[in-house]
Design a protein around this ligand. Structure first.
Ligand code: AP5
Ligand code: MG
Ligand code: ZN
Length: 216
């Protein structure tokens, strides 16, 4: 099964994708994480993406599409995958459909995690991320066991540079202008499932697992 996670910045795409991929045993492909990993390694792609990410803008479609389609050719994506943060424009959504169709696959379900803007800003302001494995924490909603250290790998936790107030506002604007049209794109194909994301992390996870098991 191929799953697309949709939602505004801070909606919990990464948090839920991590939990679901563990439960379902499928790969979690996060476009933002791939850009950040490239930046850590100072690759050309990472440096190019940084210029857009730090302003809260989208990285150009051709760059993002190439990176994701390459990632999807890896064998861990043969049977199923969970896409987080991609697609984010109608252009990306259409190319993904074409690429999947060429392999006899399709997007089976698009999950839209809906969270009101006030909660999004609070969440992003309190987020800490592992520099090594990209695991996501929150100072109150999901704190690490040891302050500043990743539970999973012991890596150092940091605050994303795009989690500053001005950049958060720009990211939200970009989401409503450029990404929200793909919610309707998947709705029209009968693939959209909308969940209330303004609840406990565990409650949302349970809900998503039951939705996915019905779909399988
Ligand atoms: P990306 O990394 O994808 O960032 P984003 O979409 O802005 O989303 P976030 O990662 O900020 O939020 P999330 O929904 O994953 O929330 P999380 O689970 O962390 O993209 C970054 C940048 O890369 C973009 O701005 C763009 O420049 C570029 N980019 C990426 N993909 C691209 C594409 N396809 N095309 C072009 N450019 C692209 O949760 C947030 C916080 O809330 C955490 O602290 C978490 O612990 C907490 N939390 C989660 N769930 C709950 C809950 N239920 N209750 C309370 N707290 C919660
Ligand atoms: Mg994320
Ligand atoms: Zn880690």
């Amino acid at each position: 099964m191929n799953i697309v996670m949709l939602g505004a910045p801070g909606a919990g795409k990464g948090t839920q994708a991590d939990l679901l991929s563990e439960e379902l045993g499928c790969s979690h492909i996060a476009s933002g994480d791939l850009f950040r990993q490239n930046l850590e390694k100072k690759t050309e792609l990472g440096i190019l993406a940084q210029a857009y990410m730090q302003k809260g803008e989208l990285v150009p479609d051709e760059v993002t599409i190439k990176m994701i389609l390459e990632r999807l050719t890896a064998s861990d994506c043969d049977a199923s995958c969970l896409l987080d943060g991609f697609p984010r424009t109608l252009g990306q959504a259409r190319v993904l459909d074409e690429a999947f169709a060429a392999q006899g696959k399709s997007v089976d379900i698009a999950i839209y995690i809906n969270v009101p803007s006030e909660s999004l800003v609070k969440r992003l302001g309190g987020r800490w991320v592992c520099r090594n494995c990209q695991a996501v924490y929150h100072i109150t909603a999901s704190p690490p066991k040891v302050k500043g250290k990743c539970d999973r790998c012991g890596g150092e936790l940091y605050q994303r540079p795009d989690d500053k107030e001005d950049t958060i506002r720009e990211r939200l604007k970009v989401f409503f202008e450029q990404t929200s049209p793909i919610i309707d794109y998947y709705r029209e194909q009968g693939k959209l499932v909308e969940v209330d994301g303004d609840r406990d992390i565990e409650e949302i996870k349970k809900d998503l697992l039951s939705i996915l098991s019905e779909k399988q």
